[in-house]
Design a protein around this ligand. Structure first.
Ligand code: SF4
Length: 125
């Protein structure tokens, strides 16, 4: 198999440079062009070789005013762990009130990130 060329838009700043990425037959980045700064190069290498995502979802509650509480990971997690994370979220049940920013699962999946509430569990209206 030969090297491949792909086009990716850099999302690190509003300029949105159109980057051309050359990868080898293992999917490893061997060249980046079209970037106006080093952030673009770093963005492509991370996105192609170790893509990360912030996960947003909701968890069930028990005995609280809200039936579900929106949550997100405190930092990006590996994209290839997203499905496992979604399965784990199904098993989380919040039984005590939380405020926005409070962790509902510390060190979620052992990834050194917390799963945090993105709103208070007490209704404001
Ligand atoms: S390569 Fe640099 S200038 Fe271009 S979009 Fe990315 S961060 Fe912005």
């Amino acid at each position: 198999m030969s090297n491949e060329l792909k086009k990716i838009t850099c999302i690190e700043c509003p300029k949105g440079c159109c980057l051309t990425v050359e990868t080898d037959n293992q999917g490893c980045v061997i060249g980046v062009s079209g970037n106006e700064c080093e952030k673009g190069d770093a963005y492509v290498r991370l996105e192609m070789e170790h893509p990360m995502r912030i996960l947003t979802s909701s968890v069930l509650t028990e005995g609280l005013a809200l039936k579900m509480i929106p949550v997100r990971t405190s930092e990006s997690i590996p994209r290839d762990r997203i499905m496992e994370a979604m399965e784990a979220i199904k098993n989380i049940c919040v039984k005590n009130n939380v405020v926005a920013g409070e962790s509902v699962a510390d060190n979620f999946l052992g990834l050194n990130v917390d799963l945090i509430a993105t709103r208070d569990s007490i209704r404001s209206c």
